[in-house]
Design a protein around this ligand. Structure first.
Ligand SMILES: NC(=O)c1ccc[n+]([C@@H]2O[C@H](COP(=O)([O-])OP(=O)(O)OC[C@H]3O[C@@H](n4cnc5c(N)ncnc54)[C@H](O)[C@@H]3O)[C@@H](O)[C@H]2O)c1
Ligand SMILES: [Zn+2]
Length: 376
């Protein structure tokens, strides 16, 4: 049970009219999940969707807290990894939710990284035409990115995240302590997305990260602060543009290049994980912006230096193994969804924290930049 000492909880509201909800961030929140859920919903049954790794480490504590609040829980476990984000597992999870006899007002809890959040959120959105849904993100990436904003879904043979629904949770509970069991590599990958918010439109936050990143990795107050700022940043963008018809695209800073590297490495996580691809992509977006005379090369150097300091890869050469030549990488970029009538949509920048959506980027300029960065 929780001690008498009150542990501080930071609340970030997500303002979406009658679908508004809170993100609670703090150490030890797992133990309080039962209380926080019963305070907001009258559910008596929940299904806890998780992966075997996360469940092995943290499920007992969660179950105890739910029990203590009088909430009956059924675990629904899947194998860890991106392969679980597909039709087959969706069917298993959805059937398990129904088999546990959950009613519409009952709650599906996504307890895991982004894979679990996307999968369980989609299942919650379609089972009984929409059930209660609570996100309990356990990876840094999930706490600062995927659990906020309501995008859920699975991968298909035609590509990643192509089937799904926008489905907002009723509550997000981010326990900053569970991140201590995350591998350093996964932690760093999540950190790239934190840095992204500074680079999009918060130059002061980026400067703060340059000074305080060690505290974030060590798990002090700075960790909670960085997660809160990130959630606030994403929540603001999502409140402005829930369905990505405009501004939400800014969240793709570094992602157009990044997705091409993920495709080129066949989504092989031993070579590259998403946050690492985004790290390299953000450095390239700044370097490319400098090459286009939009930003100063000093800013690109600063971004590169910081991401390198925390241990993230910052160039194509940092990716282990053979990478395809620049023109092939260019094909992958063109295949990405952000291509409209021959011109590329890129998130470019005028400097640290001054990113913008550029709709008319000539592919030839990107190609010659890539050839420079990745000569064969
Ligand atoms: N919905 C969105 O808006 C959105 C945004 C970004 C990414 N995503 C999706 O998120 C997924 C990536 O998320 P991810 O990086 O969290 O991947 P993940 O869920 O696969 O988690 C990464 C690994 O960390 C392990 N793990 C998670 N929490 C842990 C903990 N506390 N201790 C020890 N191990 C732990 C998992 O078992 C897994 O092996 C992708 O599928 C991506 O498409 C979605
Ligand atoms: Zn991302």
């Amino acid at each position: 049970m929780t001690e008498m000492t009150t542990r501080p909880i930071t609340t970030v509201p997500v303002k979406l009219g009658d679908r508004s909800y809170d993100i609670l961030i703090g150490a030890g929140l797992i133990d309080q999940a039962g209380q926080e859920i019963s305070r907001r919903a009258k559910a008596v049954r929940v299904a806890v969707v998780s992966d075997e790794t996360v469940a092995g480490l943290h499920l007992d504590r969660l179950t105890k807290g739910l029990d203590a609040a009088g909430i009956h829980s059924t675990p629904v476990l899947v194998a860890p990894g991106e392969k679980s984000k597909g039709f087959a597992t969706l069917e298993t999870v959805t059937n398990a939710i129904l088999a546990a006899r959950l009613e519409r007002g009952d709650i599906v809890i996504a307890f895991g990284g982004g894979v679990i959040g996307d999968l369980a959120g989609f299942a919650a959105g379609i089972a009984r035409r929409g059930m209660g849904f609570v996100q309990m993100p356990t990876s840094l990436l999930a706490q600062v990115d995927s659990s906020v904003g309501g995008k859920t879904g699975i991968n298909t043979a035609h590509g990643k995240n192509l089937v799904g629904v926008f489905y907002q949770p009723q509550l997000v509970l981010a326990d900053t302590d569970v991140l201590d069991t995350l591998s350093p590599r996964e932690f760093r990958a999540g950190y790239a997305e934190i840095a992204k918010y500074g680079l999009i439109d918060r130059p002061d936050f980026f400067a703060w990260l340059e000074k305080n990143w060690r505290g974030i990795f060590a798990g002090g107050r700075e960790r909670t602060e960085a997660i809160a700022v990130s959630c606030r940043s994403k929540a603001e963008v999502v409140a402005r543009d829930e369905r990505e018809t405009g501004d939400r695209a800014l969240l793709n800073l570094g992602h157009t290049f990044g997705h091409a590297f993920e495709t080129a490495t066949n989504y092989d996580s031993t070579r590259l994980v998403h946050g690492e691809a985004v790290s390299i992509g953000m450095v390239l977006a700044h370097q490319f912006s400098a090459k286009m005379n939009l930003a100063s090369p000093d800013d690109a150097a600063r971004v590169e230096a910081h991401l390198r300091t925390v241990g993230l890869p910052v160039s194509i050469g940092d990716i282990p193994g053979e990478m395809p030549p620049a023109d092939k990488l260019m094909d992958y970029i063109a295949q990405d969804k952000k291509v409209a009538r021959g011109a590329l949509t890129f998130i470019l920048t005028r400097g640290i924290g001054q990113s913008f959506i550029a709709k008319d980027v000539p592919p030839s300029a990107v190609l010659s930049f890539l050839q420079e960065k990745h000569p064969k």
